[in-house]
Design a protein around this ligand. Sequence first.
Ligand code: SAM
Length: 351
Amino acid sequence: MSVLASLGNPTDTPLAGGFADRLRDSFGRAITDLRVSVTDRCNYRCVYCRTGNDGAQYAELPHAGYLRMIKLFVSLGIEKIRLTGGEPLLRDGLLELIQEIAQLRTPFSGDGLDIAITTNGHLLAGLAQPLKDAGLTRTTVSMDAVDPETFTAITRVPRSFDRVLAGIRAAGAVGLGPVKVNCVLLRGFNDSQIEAFAEFSRQEGVIVRFIEWMPLEEDRTWTPEAVVPLEEIVARLNAYRPLVELPAHAASETARRYTFDDGLGEIGIIAPVSRPFCGHCSRIRLTSDGKIRTCLFSQTDHDLAGRMMRGASDDELTAYIRQVVMRKEARHHIGEAGFEKPSRSMVHIGG
Ligand code: SAM
């Protein structure tokens, strides 16, 4: 069988029945959330993520490969797919892939999937309606400053800020909202933006989520001192206007949610460094070259695509996925003595 045929032959994928048990790890956590990187190319070079150079080799599979792997995961109980990268909107054929994913039903309830995307928004304005039409349900846009100059200093790409703003507005307008806007805070770089982001959430009707910087960057510049922790963000927001904590939507939710005393605006704070949430982790990741990662901080990849290319059957592949998931780590060890940086950086994992 050719490589392409072996990657893209989903005909015998069991979508209904055949698997009584949902995917669980050895700690009993149900794995329901799959993040799929469809490319590790990116048109930004954010200072906290990438080196300034752009000479890396890229790793992508044909869409049929991702689709076959996604079908296998869905047959095991995955309910939510997040497409990411690299920058997923750079990927040719993305709309067709979303259309195919939108046809899938989870065998346990018969419901369709929640299909989300995380994008830097540079190409979003023109694609928001086609993405919605293809079956995308939600959008998260990364935007690390509301001040255009700071934004450019972080992304190292000129004249993109207005495009991202237009993308956020277009996504909301076509019904891909409420749009989440992710901001990774770096002390001394964009922490001046906290109050401005609160204002932005209130004015634009978007959910702003502040994320603690994790040691996942290409050039190994992370330091604990550069992380702006949850407690400090909460104090700053409270001084701006009293915060009111909102209940979590689900135990596995990564963000602590807040609004303000007048109910206007929503802020999420994702604090993997100061308040890890590994105990409720429901996530598993597929890299753009088809490797399973059980944790952002794993030291090992598990080569699902390689097994497909060598002609493994769907039964063999699902058995392999179950085996790999049983090896999911209990938690990460950021900030502990002996912490080892993971074997891949964020752009090559998929955030
Ligand atoms: N290119 C897309 C984007 O910009 O949203 C998707 C990929 S990007 C790797 C996904 C998310 O990871 C972005 O919100 C980005 O800010 C975040 N991210 C990247 N490196 C990070 C790090 N070291 N710590 C925390 N978040 C990070």
